[in-house]
Design a protein around this ligand. Sequence first.
Ligand code: NAP
Length: 339
Amino acid sequence: MSDKTIVSREIRLASRPVGEPGTENFELVETEVPRPGARQVLVRNTWMSVDPYMRGRMNDTPSYIAPFQVGAALEGAAIGEVIDSNVEGLPVGAAVAHFRGWRDHALLNAAEATVVDTGIARPQDHLGALGSTGLTAYLAVTETAPVKAGDVVFVSGAAGAVGSVAGQLARRFGAARVIGSAGGPEKGRKLVEDFGFDAAIDYRAGSVAEQLAALAPEGIDVYVDNVGGDHLQAAIGALKVHGRAALVGMISGYNATEPVPGPNNIYLAVTRRLSLRGVLVSDHMDRLPGYARAAARWLADGTLRTEETVLDGLDQAPAAFLGVLRGANTGKMLVRLDT
Ligand code: NAP
């Protein structure tokens, strides 16, 4: 190593998974990172995010974001501290958000890093409720499937990062009744006791459609879909005339090796004049600063409650990611790197 480089570690894609990924699809590699050149900063990562959409990037399939490359480091949202800088405005010591997670150190061009305000919330909140998962939830219930006063709202994946915020924001924006679904009784308890949902469905315990019909006998006005599959079908069956669904994600199919069949009751979208609309947070990142300021106030005054599941150390990042796909998290799944 020369004094112009530092030793770091990164997680690379070792191979593309078929079906459910495993630790064999990742490799931890020691690497040398150069000192910053002109208009560059060197960042020591402190937190990184693992997210369900990364499963899609492990496939060699064109999508809205490029696939990961075998043998190359993975990427994703991270927070770090600037430790060497040639950029005015990104001084040493600043906390920054960027997209070069899955590594201990990141060499970034000036435009790739944004200073985060650690005065309004903890650094890791900028990866969760104040970050793109929180913004996704906000967009879903305010624009994609706007919640109106008195609505009955159903959220799937409700104990997760997007879902737990979506349910609380649905209430904030006027929902009369908020129903969430998650895997297992403990997550159901948290939905009601910690996140303020009115009722919880344990999708592992029985039919989603039957549980939803029992909890919302008059039907639902809004559905926030994080899961797809049987949840989407149950929600379409329960949506009232002019009901609205925000299609946020469909995690139940992310490990599928064959195309996933669509809901068999989709014709109800015609007869009930439903609006089923997709949203991608990456189209709306210009909204993040304003949203984050509002969400920071809600966190501070206790009207938005969050939880996180944390694994320590870069070597645990694959386990954290695999855990998200299997439901090991409540709230945002994070990896703490400055241990
Ligand atoms: P998350 O909900 O915190 O974690 C994923 C959760 O999905 C797991 O905890 C697990 O909880 C649940 N899950 C896994 N397999 C499932 C299955 N077969 N059926 C039902 N639930 C299952 O993750 P997140 O980051 O908040 O993302 C939630 C969804 O939003 C994902 O679909 C993601 O792709 C999507 N998303 C979309 C955007 C966008 O811009 N459109 C942005 C962010 C996230 P259980 O224990 O309850 O099973």
